[in-house]
Design a protein. Structure first.
Lengths: 296, 252
């Protein structure tokens, strides 16, 4: 089978087919490849069934008590919306670009809640799967990816709730709503990048998960969730949009309500930082994953 | 004869930050160690320049004291830990049988079978086709939907063994698992391992039961503090290993 150490590939399993003749064994060579970062996306694809299974399993657990699971997805943004409406809408009388304040806040809270939960879940995901990581090999990236994707079900439910509020306030959509998926994609890309990075960091420094709620708490106010970004002068808006969630939130409002606070440079800036974060997260994850099993 | 496994100059060093395995962000920031490596790190050489190869279709025994690096070696062969230096080559699909396999405590037995099957390279279709066989072999029909954390170690081992043997790997790595089952199941395991050998499978066996090594293995290796101390015919290796215990008089 192995006669010489030649081919350098990274890792099992071969595509094995029991009905066929005994397959020619695949030679797997593992060398110490310190400092070498390969993104290995093909390997990820080979394990897609495992990814689907983990997502499905995660969703199943969250919705075991169906009613509770679904209502939690609505309750989280709803409760914040009510608080914001009372404090910022009524008491502080913040402007809301001519949109009724409750639905104005809710449109931002729905993607924001997805993002905040994605970070929280991803950060704990690797450490929470220590049993699996120390006992079998598979691409580790699957774990945070699955935990983020599972949050999309919560997102869908809370989004349905947003649609109800939208209809309740009698807002009529324009053709712009067709661009909504793009802004959600932006949120997803940023969540993946940030989530990969935090999950890997949390293996090394076990207190990272205590820092994350702090990040999302501050992030909530650094993002135009409770207020419109038009409140900031035009000079600052580009700097502001370095936070990709600014692009997401203003983009969603632009698509749903026809507000005009999203400029092209802003969305370009947000997209750029989201992509950079995605790349940094992926590379950091890949360069540290060889140590996960040792540390977790 | 061709080799199923080749290990060349393999070394593995673990890093620890006593008293824990890892640091906290707080410590790292306070000590200014974010960008340079920590001074507190302790290095544990679990394996040191290990060389050996296992011909395909043979059974290879590994003995050594607790902490000698046996489990670490098997895990490196599976790709779980990465070598610090050196390289390994594995010809074929391999399954590691250690306590717990890749079991997730909160997942049910059924879900764990799926995860492990997928990880070991089966498609969902193949898995569904074999599912009943796996459960029947493990004799766990009643418990299959209970969370894994409610299983006894014997039950976990049954499931692990059943998954590993039923996905038909080319190489089986067995880490200290045969001792956990009851007599009836041990017999069953031994029968199916014999079957596996007859079909040309390669077995790497880590055990403290020297009689098994003597009776079963074509070759043996004694690992001591991460280094290969003896390798060759089981009788010779075991004789040396036995002698090492004689040097220290037992004082109980
Ligand atoms: N993840 C880890 N981090 C740090 N040290 C580790 C890690 N895993 C193993 N070690 C150390 O490596 C050494 C070898 O451990 P290993 O589990 O391979 O021993 P073993 O030969 O299987 O022992 P036993 O017979 O008790 O099963 C031990 O000193 C152990 O403490
Ligand atoms: Mg061991």
């Amino acid at each position: 089978m192995v006669d010489k150490l030649e081919a350098v590939s990274d890792l099992p399993p071969s595509s094995w087919n029991p009905s066929a003749e005994p397959p020619a064994p695949v030679v797997t060579v593992i060398q110490s490849t310190q400092g070498q970062v390969a993104l290995k996306l093909a390997e990820l694809w080979r394990f897609r069934e495992l990814l689907f299974f983990l997502v499905w399993r995660d969703v199943k657990v969250r919705y075991k008590q169906t009613l509770l699971g679904a209502s939690w997805a609505i309750l989280q943004p709803l409760a914040t919306m009510i608080i914001f409406t009372v404090i910022f809408g009524r008491l502080a009388k913040l402007p809301s670009d001519g949109v009724p304040y409750p639905v104005f806040a809710l449109a931002a809270l729905v993607p924001w809640t997805f993002f905040a939960n994605a970070l929280g879940q991803a950060t704990n995901s690797l450490v929470g799967s220590a049993n699996l990581i120390t006992k079998v090999y598979f691409p580790r990236l699957i774990i945070p990816t699955a935990s983020i994707l599972a949050g999309l079900v919560d997102f869908a439910i809370s989004f349905a709730f947003l649609v109800c509020a939208y209809i309740y306030y009698g807002i009529v959509p324009s053709a712009r709503v067709l661009t909504l998926p793009l802004f959600l994609l932006l949120a997803l890309v940023f969540s993946f990048g940030f989530g990969f990075w935090l999950s890997a960091l949390n293996v090394k420094y076990r207190d990272v998960r205590h820092v994350v709620p702090f990040i999302t708490q501050i992030g909530l106010y650094a993002t135009p969730v409770a207020y419109p970004s038009s409140l900031l002068g035009p000079k600052w808006q580009l700097l502001y949009a370095i936070n990709p969630m600014v692009g997401v939130v203003e983009g969603v409002r632009w698509a749903l309500f026809g507000t005009n606070t999203l400029t092209l440079p802003m969305i370009a800036m947000s997209s750029a930082t989201a992509l950079i974060m995605f790349f940094i997260g992926l590379v950091y994850f890949r360069s540290t994953e060889r140590e996960f099993a040792d540390l977790v | 004869m061709s080799d199923a496994i080749q290990v060349r100059n393999l070394s593995k060093t673990f890093k620890r930050y006593p008293p824990r395995k890892h640091r906290t962000l707080k410590e790292a920031v306070l000590n200014g160690e974010i960008f340079r490596s920590s001074t507190e790190a302790k290095f544990i050489e679990a394996l040191r320049d290990v060389n050996f190869s296992v011909p395909a279709g043979t059974t290879f025994g590994i003995v050594g004291r607790n902490g000698a690096g046996k489990s670490t070696l098997l895990k490196i062969l599976c790709g779980i830990h990465k070598p610090t230096t050196g390289s390994i080559a594995v010809g074929g699909r391999l399954a590691l049988l250690s306590l717990g396999l890749g079991f997730h405590g909160e997942f049910s037995g059924r879900e764990n079978i799926f995860i492990n099957g997928l990880v070991l390279g089966l498609t969902p279709r193949q898995l569904r086709a074999r599912f009943d066989e796996i459960v029947a072999f493990a004799e766990l029909e009643e418990f299959i939907d209970a969370p894994m954390r409610t299983y006894s170690s014997g039950m976990q081992m049954r499931l692990a063994f059943s998954v590993a043997i039923n996905i038909a790997p080319d190489i089986l790595l067995v880490d200290e698992i045969l001792a956990v089952g009851d007599q009836a199941f041990s017999r069953k395991c031994i029968d199916s391992l014999n079957d596996f050998k007859r079909r040309g499978g390669t077995i790497l066996l880590v055990t403290h039961d020297l009689a098994t090594v003597r009776g079963w293995c074509d070759q043996a290796l004694w690992l001591d503090h991460g280094t290969v101390t003896a390798i060759g015919r089981p009788e010779d290796v075991l004789a040396q290993y036995d002698d090492s215990f004689a040097e220290v008089p037992a004082t109980v």
